[in-house]
Design a protein around this ligand. Structure first.
Ligand code: HEC
Length: 114
């Protein structure tokens, strides 16, 4: 009896272990993402909907829609800074943002819908 339930538990772990480990970051809700963007001082230069100093995050989502490599590019760009994509003003490197936070922010930005 015990052995059987342990074996069953083992199978469950194998079944559910895969997909959970494969999804790198849990997606943030809109509010969680906005709170993180605020905490990381992104909102000093960005708004969700409209251009401020930098592009609105929804405009970013629209620009990179359907481009699978955008996730990797943007999550690195946030920490290193960028220039020349949206206008004359460059974005300074955001060194206060961890790699994981940058990925979470990128995922949140790319999932925004107008
Ligand atoms: C000092 C102002 C400033 C801050 C702070 C700032 N940004 Fe930016 N951001 C910009 C500007 C300006 C651009 C446009 C750069 C360009 O033309 O390539 C930009 C561009 C971007 C882009 C689009 C990049 C591309 O290559 O298309 C993303 C995504 C982005 N910012 C995310 C963030 C996030 C997330 C944070 C917070 C961790 C943040 N930004 C903080 C000014 C800022």
């Amino acid at each position: 009896m015990r052995l059987t339930s342990k074996a069953a538990a083992g199978v469950l772990v194998i079944c559910f272990g895969g997909p959970v480990a494969a999804s790198s970051e849990p997606a943030l809700t809109f509010d969680q993402g906005q709170a993180l963007a605020k905490q990381m001082a992104c909102l000093g230069c960005h708004q969700v909907k409209a251009k401020r100093v930098g592009p609105g995050f929804i405009q970013v989502a629209q620009r990179y829609a359907g481009q699978p490599e955008a996730f990797e590019y943007l999550s690195q760009m946030i920490r290193k800074g960028g220039r020349g994509k949206w206008g004359a003003i460059p974005m300074p490197a955001q060194t206060q943002v961890s790699e994981q936070q940058a990925k979470a922010l990128t995922q949140w930005i790319l999932a925004l819908e107008p």
